[in-house]
Design a protein around this ligand. Structure first.
Ligand code: CTP
Length: 401
């Protein structure tokens, strides 16, 4: 996977900078073309000559060392990269990158690149756990930066804990795995629905549910990273559109139904993560309803079941439903799988604390049509999305091993 990949490796000033020499060597041996940027701090620990000898490329040290008048060095390097990795990444570069600070060769090139960026932090355990650092890492992860977690162990500062730079072999394996993942859904059209739907009662009120859209948006983001052509049909949510995803906003179940059906014929994979409103008020008032007696009744009418319709008209599509349950979770999930003619169902127990609606984490049971069951313990919705899509890719036989 790394053959002929153009990699920019940024090395910052931590004791683990020496491991970046071995990393350069391993990447070169794997067939990658590596260009290295050393920060001033890194130059205190390692010599540019070591990297130059291994990469057989000039090493970049300063934004203003403009060696070739035809080029602007940091822009040229940013555009050249297929992949950008910072290893080791100190708290300083993480903070600068998260906040858009560009004051040296590495930070300017990082801001200028459109290539996927990987960050491998290394620092003292207390620094790593500091809320400022964790917050900056979370900001970067949200922007699509991949984090290669540090290992636990003995640290150069004498402490023991999490903060050791991942070993060069682990970093190379991580990059290879993520490049393979990047092709898993290449050429596939994937439609995903997310969020709640809203059904109008009168000009100031509506019926809805607690869905935040986070699970569906995570699937859209990961599917796009896996190379799929993603259409996201979203109910009203407060979430940014993931990079590379085509988003269509809808409000009601009927609008979602029409939009999804429109796109359905040429999709390869359809995932219905939306929490669709099963009912709408029978009358939608044009004027605000005034309060009246002690009790009031709103008559509701059934909405179409979008997923059921998709199951009935299914041709080549791989169809995945969600089931949010509060009891008899597995049984209800199984029933929906067969009743709606699905290829897989993702079941979550929304009564459990810390997962489900609005949370960043989830815990699910995936049941496939062939009976395969996959239990995913509590983890981030992004990780659930990645595992779910990897299983789907396997099932539709696009995985290239
Ligand atoms: N769904 C749908 N259209 C509806 C209701 C649900 O497409 N009108 C889809 C959801 O997007 C989800 C799946 O059906 O993928 C299951 O939704 P859920 O609300 O758990 O189940 P329901 O089918 O509505 O069944 P029940 O209300 O009886 O639990």
């Amino acid at each position: 996977m790394l053959t002929n990949k153009k990699i920019v490796l940024g090395v910052t000033g931590g004791i683990a900078a020496y491991k970046a020499i071995a990393l350069t060597s391993k990447l070169s041996q794997a067939g990658a073309l590596v260009q290295v940027i050393l920060t001033k701090g890194a130059q205190q620990f390692v010599s540019p000559l070591s990297f130059q000898a291994i990469s057989r490329q000039p090493v970049y040290l300063d934004t203003f060392d403009e060696l070739d008048p035809k080029k602007i060095q940091h822009i040229d390097l940013a555009d050249w990269a297929d992949l950008f990795i910072v290893a080791p990444a100190t708290a300083n570069i993480i903070g600068k990158y998260a906040n858009g600070i560009a004051d040296d060769m590495l930070s300017t090139t990082l801001l200028a690149t459109k290539a996927p960026v990987y960050i491998a932090p290394a620092m003292n355990v207390d620094m790593y756990q500091h809320p400022a650092v964790q917050n900056n890492l979370a900001v970067l992860e949200k922007r699509g930066v991949r984090l290669i977690d540090p290992n636990e162990g003995y640290l150069a500062c004498g402490y023991t804990g999490k903060g050791r730079l991942a070993e060069p072999e682990e970093i190379v394996n991580y990059l290879e795995k993520s490049l393979t993942e990047g092709k898993l859904l290449e050429g596939k059209k994937l439609l995903i629905t997310a969020g709640p739907t809203q059904e109008k009662i009168d000009p100031v009120r509506y019926l809805t549910n607690y869905s935040s859209g986070k699970m569906g948006f995570a699937i859209a983001e990961v599917a796009a990273n896996m190379g799929a052509d993603v259409t996201l049909v979203s109910g009203p949510v407060a979430l940014p559109t993931p990079r590379g995803v085509k988003r269509i906003d809808v409000v009601t179940t009927e609008e979602m139904y029409q939009t999804v059906l429109n796109y359905y014929p040429n999709q390869d994979i359809v995932i219905k993560a939306a929490a669709v409103s099963d009912y709408r008020p029978a009358i939608q008032y044009q004027e605000k309803l005034k309060k009246q007696a002690e009790q009031m009744t709103i008559e509701l009418k059934r909405n179409k079941d979008i997923l059921l319709s998709l199951g009935q008209m299914k041709e080549h599509q791989y169809l995945v439903g969600f089931a949010a349950e509060t009891r008899n979770v597995e049984q209800y999930g199984q029933d929906k799988l067969s009743k709606k003619n699905l290829d897989a169902i993702v079941i979550n127990d929304v009564s459990k604390p810390g997962i489900g609606f609005g949370a960043d984490n989830n815990e699910v049971l995936i049941i496939m049509k062939d009976g395969t069951e996959i239990k995913i313990d509590q983890t981030s919705k992004l990780s659930i999305a990645s595992q779910l899509l990897t299983h789907i890719a396997k099932q539709i036989g696009v995985e290239r091993s």
